[in-house]
Ligand binder design. Structure first.
Ligand code: NAD
Length: 239
C-alpha cells in the first residue's frame, strides 16, 4: 500500500494532559478569565499590564510542562510516514511548543506561539522565555512599549492559511485531534476536506461541535487514543 499524505490539526485537548488548561471545557481558562479583557488588540491597548500578566502566567505554565504520549506519537507518525514515502503536515491551533519538544520538525502554528514576542512598532519577532512588560524594549528597533505576545487574538487573522488549504487539497486523510470545533477558520477545515473527497477522522475526548461531519470518530484521552491510531497508521503504511 502507498503511504498516505496526512494533515493533522491539533487543539488545546492534546496538551490538556500536559497540564495546560483548555479554553472551553468545564473549569477551562475562559471560565476563569474573560477572553475579551485579555485576548483582543483592544484589551491590550486598554490595559497592557493585565494582558501581559495573563500571558506571563501561561508562559510559566508552558515552560514547566512536558509533551505527553500524544505529542510523541505524532512525531513518531511523521517519521514513520516519511520513511514509507508518505507525508504528515502538522497544523496546530495551540500556542504551546509541545509538538516541537516532542520531536515534530515543522509545525504550522496558525494561532501563533507563546514563546515568541512581536514588536507592534517594527513587526520583528523574537524568542521570549521570560516575562513581557509594558516597559520592555524591542531588540530590533530599541523602542519600548510595543512588545506583545506573538499570538493571534480574537479579530486577528490566523497564520499559514494558504499553506494549510494547499496541504488539505493534496491530502488523503485529514485528522482533527483535541479540538472543540468551535473556533473558525480551523473548525471549517473538515468541511473543506470533505468537499475535496479527503477522508476525515476526529480524535477527541468527546464529540466536537462538528463531529457529525467526520467519516470516522475515536473518543478518549489523547494520550491513549492518539498513540493507538498513530501505530495503526504506521503499520498500514509499512505493510
Ligand atoms: P477548546 O478549549 O475549545 O477545546 C478543547 C477540546 O479538547 C474539547 O473538545 C475537549 O473535549 C478536548 N479535550 C479535553 N481534554 C482532552 C484530552 N485529554 N484528550 C483529548 N481531547 C481532550 O480548544 P480548541 O478547540 O483548541 O480551541 C481553540 C483555542 O484555544 C485555540 O485558539 C488555541 O489557540 C487555544 N488554546 C491553546 C492552548 C495551548 O496552546 N495549549 C490552551 C488553551 C487554549
Amino acid at each position: 500500500m502507498t503511504a498516505p499524505n496526512v494533515v493533522v490539526l491539533t487543539g488545546a485537548g492534546i496538551s490538556a494532559e500536559s497540564g495546560l488548561g483548555t479554553f472551553r471545557d468545564p473549569g477551562g481558562l475562559w471560565e476563569k478569565f474573560d477572553p475579551y479583557e485579555l485576548a483582543t488588540p483592544e484589551a491590550c491597548a486598554r490595559d497592557p499590564a493585565k494582558v501581559h500578566a495573563f500571558y506571563n502566567l501561561r508562559r510559566k505554565d508552558l515552560i514547566a510542562s512536558r509533551p505527553n504520549a500524544a505529542h510523541l506519537a505524532l512525531a513518531e507518525l511523521e517519521r514513520g510516514l516519511d520513511a514509507a514515502g508518505g507525508r504528515l503536515t502538522l497544523v496546530t491551533q495551540n500556542i504551546d511548543d509541545l509538538h516541537e519538544r516532542a520531536g515534530s520538525p515543522r509545525v504550522l502554528h496558525m494561532h501563533g506561539e507563546l514563546l515568541k514576542a512581536r514588536c507592534a512598532r517594527c513587526g520583528a519577532t523574537a524568542r521570549c522565555d521570560g516575562d513581557l512588560s509594558i516597559n520592555a524594549a524591542c531588540a530590533a528597533c530599541a523602542r519600548a512599549g510595543g512588545l506583545r505576545p506573538h499570538v493571534v487574538w480574537f479579530g486577528e487573522f490566523p497564520f499559514h492559511l494558504e499553506e494549510i488549504a494547499d496541504a488539505i487539497a493534496a491530502a488523503d486523510l485529514f485528522a482533527s485531534i483535541g479540538t472543540s470545533g468551535s473556533v473558525y477558520p480551523a473548525a471549517a477545515f473538515v468541511s473543506e476536506a470533505k468537499a475535496l473527497d479527503v477522508r476525515t477522522v476526529e480524535l477527541n475526548l468527546e464529540p466536537s461541535d462538528n463531529a457529525d461531519v467526520f467519516d470516522e470518530r475515536r473518543y478518549g484521552a489523547a494520550s491513549r487514543i492518539v498513540p493507538a491510531w498513530a501505530e495503526a497508521m504506521i503499520s498500514r503504511a509499512t505493510t
